[in-house]
Design a protein around this ligand. Structure first.
Ligand code: PEP
Length: 251
């Protein structure tokens, strides 16, 4: 646990204007997180990547919210991994539930994108998580198995060093309905056990698992104390800047 550095991602989703992004970057630059204690990764919309990359404090990383897992070429409207790599972007969020839901990204596609991203030098925040009906129907672990299996099929042990898993129960995203620390910890522990059984002990011990879903200043501390929670992926609260949901390294 001690070797897994706490990592907090800010998913800005499709929000922001030239003015609001400037202000958010300023707030983050002036904020009180020391990246020595917490790794911070900000994921602005594509159109602001360049600006944020140029203006954000250098101890914070910048992530794309998606990438195209093909070489550059005749792919109108897509953003190939190579293009992002060329501009110095080192992180990418993949498989966010909004993309799974709205853009038809299956677990297979998410796994292939994760593999392509890693092969092209990226670290990934790869998102998994069940919807409300699965949670209520006692099918959470089945859904996670289905989402994890394609990843385990394509990633080598070495590849896993570049992957952070973000466990984001869909019913908790943008709803204000945060998972309890116990619910989150139980699920994170399940994911880690799955990695032990299906990948390796080494990967299970070292992979960081973020919790995402209505994290904010008030609930972050309790969640962050859980032994298998290694950080947060924050949506709404990340747009308020500075605190990233009061991210705290567990004592
Ligand atoms: C997210 O989009 O990854 C997320 C967790 O959103 P929110 O924090 O707003 O629930």
């Amino acid at each position: 646990e001690a070797s897994r550095k706490f990592i907090v991602g800010g998913n800005w989703k499709a929000n922001g204007s030239p003015d609001s992004v400037k202000k958010l970057v300023k707030d983050l630059n002036d904020g009180d997180i020391t990246a020595k204690d917490v790794e911070v990764v900000c994921a602005p919309p594509f159109v602001f990547l360049s600006e944020v990359q140029g203006s954000l404090r250098k101890d914070f990383a910048v992530a794309a919210q998606n990438l195209w897992d093909k070489d550059p070429g005749a792919w109108t409207g897509e953003i190939p991994a190579q293009m992002l790599a060329d501009m110095g972007i080192k992180w990418v969020v993949l498989g966010h539930s909004e993309r799974r839901e709205n853009c038809g990204e299956t677990s297979q596609i998410v796994a292939e994108k994760t593999k392509f991203a890693v092969d092209n030098g990226f670290s990934t925040l790869t998102c998994i998580g069940e919807k409300l009906d699965a949670r209520e129907g006692g099918k959470t672990f089945e859904v996670l198995d289905e989402q994890l299996k394609p990843l385990a099929d394509v990633l080598s042990e070495e590849d896993w060093e570049k992957v952070v898993l973000a466990y984001e129960p869909v019913w908790a995203i943008g709803t204000g309905k945060v998972a309890t620390p116990e619910q989150a910890e139980e699920t994170h522990a399940y994911i880690r056990k799955w990695l032990t059984d299906n990948v390796s002990e080494k990967v299970s011990d070292s992979v960081r698992i973020q919790y995402g879903g209505s994290v904010n200043d008030k609930n972050a501390a309790d969640l962050g104390q859980q032994p298998n929670i290694d950080g947060f992926l924050v949506g709404g609260a990340s747009l308020k800047g500075v605190t990233y949901g009061g991210a705290v390294r567990r004592a």
